[in-house]
Design a protein around this ligand. Structure first.
Ligand code: 173
Length: 319
């Protein structure tokens, strides 16, 4: 072969390689069922990353609880069984007790990214969960306790209430019996009378048909939903700058979707009343007492299990 031909062959091989180079693929799961309230924005994020990152980075969304039990998702990120997950801290408190403090921090994410709150939360996830805390969603969506039995004061004595770590301490502080289940078991537990009620955000009860087995919504709303997008830290470190930028930009976009929540909440509350779900409101003084108690017992629980991180998070939360 002449030198020219050798060069041409080498160039062709190099070009072929570059052309065939595949985008890095991240495997992702959601702790919330596909297409439901707390998975939907993450699913939009996946679509966005796959569009913006074409040929550079790709998310392979495996799915929700049908693919993996919700309470195992945090550990799957930690051990890199998956690269990415849409999950609330309440589902991995076994690995990171302070993860539940996200519900006590209701500042907008733009503020949390400016004032060091996100940085602290991210560092804690780096250290304790081997994860990068890419995004937080739903800071402006609160929780409620829903009941099937009417109460005439804010007292849960004699009631069995389905919880996660989000609601356990306040339910018990008000005399209720707390029973932990994944979201997928709530309908059956209500239908069979295994529980008299459940904790859940103000939005999303229609996704799994719970309006059919729900009579009352206890006022006031409390805390702040936290659903994070986690990336295994080794997967994160293995990405290029360009790939990380695509994810970080999409994360900012995802956090921005929280602006829609105000309208979503209004529509869902109206839909609840149309479905016959009645609010149980005990007035301003009782509501204040409830909120103060809910905050106190939750911070106490976090600080007891994670004294140093808990104290720091409480300071950042400012409540
Ligand atoms: O009730 C739950 O399962 C729970 O803890 C939660 C947390 C964030 C969003 C939705 C539900």
């Amino acid at each position: 072969m002449t030198r020219t031909i050798v060069l041409a062959v080498l160039l062709a091989v190099a070009a072929g390689k570059a052309g065939a180079e595949e985008a890095t693929t991240l495997r992702a799961v959601s702790a919330f069922a596909e297409g439901t309230q707390f998975a939907r924005n993450f699913e939009r994020f996946v679509e966005k990353v796959n569009a913006d990152g074409k040929g550079v980075i790709h998310i392979n969304y495996i799915g929700g609880p049908r693919a993996m039990p919700p309470f195992e998702v945090g550990n799957a990120v930690r051990t890199r069984v998956v690269d990415m997950a849409n999950v609330t801290g309440a589902f991995y408190t076994n690995l990171m007790p302070e993860a539940d403090a996200g519900k006590l921090i209701g500042k907008p994410m733009s503020e949390q990214r400016r004032d060091g709150t996100w940085d602290t939360i991210n560092q804690l996830h780096n250290q304790k969960l081997n994860a990068w805390y890419l995004a937080r969603q739903f800071h402006n969506v609160p929780f409620h306790i829903y009941l099937n039995r009417k109460i005439d004061k804010l007292d849960f004595t004699g009631l069995k209430i389905r919880v996660t770590p989000v609601y356990k301490d306040i339910v018990e502080a008000l005399g209720g019996a707390a029973i932990t289940t994944a979201p997928g078991e709530v309908y059956t537990a209500l239908e069979r009378g295994v529980v008299d009620g459940y904790g859940w955000p103000v939005t999303g009860i229609f996704d799994l048909g719970w309006e059919k087995v729900t009579k009352f919504r206890v006022e006031p709303a409390f805390y702040s939903v936290e659903v994070g997008v986690l990336v295994n830290l080794d997967s994160w470190k293995g990405l290029s700058e360009a790939q990380r930028k695509i994810l970080t930009d999409a994360a900012a976009w995802l956090e921005g979707l929280d602006a829609d929540n105000i309208a979503v909440i209004k529509a869902e509350v109206e839909r609840q009343s149309k479905a016959g779900i009645q609010p149980l409101d005990f007035g301003l003084a009782e509501s204040k007492r409830f909120i103060a108690l809910a905050n106190d017992v939750a911070w106490q629980a976090v600080i007891k299990r994670a004294p140093e991180a808990g104290a720091k998070l409480r300071q950042l939360a400012g409540n």
